[in-house]
Design a protein around this ligand. Structure first.
Ligand code: COA
Length: 176
């Protein structure tokens, strides 16, 4: 198995056109359709990193800052920020684009977590991530904090063991 991979190795971009069947009654892209596309683009990024079948383990908070209109183009960009033992955090950015009007706008950003599976359907080891750019390094560093938060929320980690979260609160509240 390859032991390390760069963030750019998992970079995946997907482009879609918002068609009538993708919209709500206000002619905006349905949130569920957007999440479907986000799940696909991020799963492909996780597959590229691990060279394995992957399953979605969790989806962090997804908020919709801007509606995307019927006829607009949606671009989704995903890359693995950090890998742990069998899980990978993927960062997804989504843009809407009104090409005739020459307008491009950020719609939302989110973090999804995937787990690589072996031939027996068990979690499999994945390569480490090597961040190169400043943004990649920042996302890599903060990934541990996000992992602990999502594992605590999922009841898979005791708050007491979430060292990164404790350090964060201690930093912000030195009196406590
Ligand atoms: C995700 C899944 C593989 C975890 O299996 P498990 O038997 O609990 O395995 P483990 O306890 O060894 O956990 C495996 C990894 O998943 C991670 N994980 C499990 N639940 C998680 C959650 N809610 N959020 C983030 N990561 C999670 C663990 O932290 C671990 O990561 P690590 O190996 O990098 O430390 C299993 O729960 C599963 O198959 N879920 C269904 C996946 C699916 O069907 N997705 C599509 C749903 S629409």
């Amino acid at each position: 198995m390859v032991l390390q991979k760069f963030v750019k190795d998992s970079l995946t971009t997907m482009t879609e056109l918002v068609l009538p069947n993708d919209t709500n009654t206000l002619n905006n892209l349905m949130g569920g359709k957007m999440m479907h596309w986000m799940d696909i683009v991020s799963a492909i990024a996780a597959q590229k990193h691990s060279n394995r079948i992957v399953v979605t383990a969790s989806v962090d908070n997804v908020s919709f800052a801007q509606p995307i209109k019927l006829g607009n183009v949606v671009t989704l960009r995903a890359q693995v920020t950090r890998a742990f033992t069998s899980s990978m955090e993927v960062f997804i950015e989504v843009w809407g684009e009104d090409i005739p009007a020459g307008q491009r706008y950020i719609s939302n950003k989110a973090f999804f977590t995937f787990v690589a599976m072996d031939q027996n359907g068990k979690p499999a080891h994945v390569p480490e991530v090597v961040p190169e750019t400043e943004e990649e390094k920042a996302l890599y560093a903060s990934a541990l904090r996000r992992r602990q938060l999502r594992l605590v929320l999922a009841g898979r980690m005791k708050p007491h063991d979430a060292s990164e979260l404790k350090a964060l609160f201690e930093l912000e509240n030195p009196e406590v």
